[in-house]
Write a protein that binds this ligand. Sequence first.
Ligand code: FES
Ligand code: FES
Length: 240
Amino acid sequence: MTDERSNFNRRSFLKNAKVIIGGGAIGAAGIAIRPEMAQAAEAVKSLPKTVAQFRCPVCNKDFSNFAELKNHFKTEHPEHVEPVTTKLNINGEECEVLIEPHWTLQRTLQFKLGLTGAKQMCDRGACGSCTVIMDGRAILSCMTLAVECEGKSIQTIEGIAADPKWRPLIDSYCKWDAMQCGYCTPGFLVSAKALLDKKANPTEDDCKQALAGNICSCGTYPRHPTAIMEAAPIIAKGGN
Ligand code: FES
Ligand code: FES
């Protein structure tokens, strides 16, 4: 007797449920992949070039410029730390944000720039979900103050997802089911990209070492090196 469930797997379930679309996938983390590359590109391009709204973070009153907001702070909220403006280069785009000086890069990406790929999970440098690349190095955005990032070049998963060169990596993650809930996946992909930038054809040990700081509660670990090593030669030839 044929067991109808014998050909049933999570990937085909998701595909039928339209979670996987056109050969690509949308991780539960909300990172758009393949048909949504345009969406990722849009997110990258639509960053605010300058601060448009000078809103007091204490009383929510709006001001027309930064000087007025600072004056307001001095008179109305002398006990609070004044907000600051910071210029950032995210995925090759210059942008400016108004934040409080203690804001992390992760918080700034999420709440000021709408880039939700760098996830806050532990918020203490232990899980890797918030990984981004800064000046070529994978870093934890929850442990990095946004004001420290001025003059640096930041790459997020949105920038990677929007670049066709990296599509094979994302496709390979989908093919090998290297994700379940998907919450950790952006962090893993960013770490994998940082590895492949340095080493075009990594070994399994290279992959394990590069991903050592990324935690996956769903236990997808064995599949990451497989996915990365399969994508590596395609990416080395320029991707597709
Ligand atoms: S949220 Fe940054 S390391 Fe966990
Ligand atoms: S896929 Fe769920 S936490 Fe990694």
